[in-house]
Design a protein around this ligand. Structure first.
Ligand SMILES: Cc1cc2nc3c(=O)[nH]c(=O)nc-3n(C[C@H](O)[C@H](O)[C@H](O)COP(=O)(O)O)c2cc1C
Ligand code: SF4
Ligand code: SF4
Length: 300
């Protein structure tokens, strides 16, 4: 049985999940950015795993690049497809939305799992940012050793075993998605969040009238570099969608951004800032090194 594990990752969580699954399932690990140059993607595998971070769960949760990847995937109908999305506490209906997208491509999602591997800023941190305009990075020099995060990592190791058994036996029907009651309770919150995203992204992109998903690409207009930048070009190399060019030692953003924050996270000089990352803390999965993030961006 051929197995292919496709993944997209900005800060390494989904990379680690994909690596662990590829190892356990004896599958081939393939980064989604590395195949996006192709017009269509015809997989020879019998089993396809799709691993990605949740972005904007109140909208759909699926990163734009993953949607584009699904559009390119062919002959899905004969395959066992499973997915794992990583998140920081609010995956919403991402798995259900993904299932719908895969159905539209003529396939079906056999199982979809969620894994929390990031900790969101506390309400106090957020309030300090909103009301006192304090930089969130000051509050968290890297929460890699926090017991809360260690618990999540340990939980993933247990879940890895469950997913491996499930997929190895080609079982179907495990979907980690909210039930009807929870969806009804969350509906007003999601509506509010969609409104807030729309307001924020209009500001970030400096464009007043475009659908939210189109504003995402343009939100990189709000990235800035500070005086610590030495023009090393790591941000350009780590960007999964080649959205940064370094011109005369200055990074320029090219407006097809995924908002994955890899450039912000992996800049060795802490030189990247701007409103787009105002609520972000520098974080990456403790197992992942910069070199792990650079290689997957090269086309296969
Ligand atoms: C633009 C953006 C939007 C996000 N939206 C959500 C969200 O709606 N819900 C959530 O739980 N996590 C959200 N996250 C957190 C990521 O899903 C989480 O940190 C994930 O594990 C990152 O995966 P990676 O390390 O593979 O990039 C968001 C992160 C980014 C960068
Ligand atoms: S990685 Fe940081 S220091 Fe290097 S060019 Fe980019 S912004 Fe400048
Ligand atoms: S520019 Fe930065 S945030 Fe945007 S896709 Fe590239 S690495 Fe991610």
């Amino acid at each position: 049985m051929n197995k292919e594990i496709y993944y997209f990752s900005g800060t390494g969580n989904s990379l680690v999940v994909a690596q662990d699954l590829a190892l356990e399932l004896n599958g081939k690990l393939i980064s989604i950015p590395s195949v996006m140059d192709r017009v269509s993607i015809k997989s020879e595998a019998d089993v396809i795993g799709i691993i990605f971070p949740v972005y904007f769960a109140a909208v759909s949760g699926i990163p734009l690049i993953v949607k584009q990847f699904l559009d390119k995937l062919e002959n899905l109908s004969t395959k066992y497809v499973f997915a794992v999305c990583t998140h920081k506490g609010g995956p919403g209906s991402t798995i259900e939305n993904l299932r719908e997208m895969i159905r539209n491509q003529g396939g079906d999602l056999a199982a979809g799992f969620t894994v929390q591997l990031s900790i969101p800023p506390s309400p106090l941190e957020k309030m300090r940012r909103v009301f006192l305009h304090q930089d969130l990075r000051n509050f968290d020099p890297g929460n890699k050793d926090s017991p809360q995060l260690q618990l999540k990592v340990a939980k993933w190791k247990r879940k890895l075993e469950i997913i491996t058994n499930y997929v190895s036996n080609f079982e179907e029907g495990w979907f980690e998605t909210p039930g009807r009651l929870w969806k009804t309770i969350m509906a007003p919150y999601n509506l509010f969040m969609r409104f807030m995203y729309s307001v924020r992204y209009k500001q970030l992109s400096e464009v007043p009238n475009l659908p939210f998903t189109e504003l995402i690409h343009l939100a990189d207009k709000s990235f800035k570099v500070n005086e610590k930048c030495n023009g090393c070009g790591i941000c350009a190399r780590v960007c999964p969608v080649r959205n940064i060019e370094v011109v005369n030692t200055t990074p320029i953003w090219l407006h097809h951004c995924e908002n994955c924050i890899a450039c912000f996270e992996w800049c060795p000089k802490d030189a990247i800032e701007g409103e787009i990352v105002a609520y972000e803390r520098k974080f990456h999965h403790q197992q992942v090194k910069l070199r792990d993030m650079l290689k997957p961006n090269i086309s296969q």
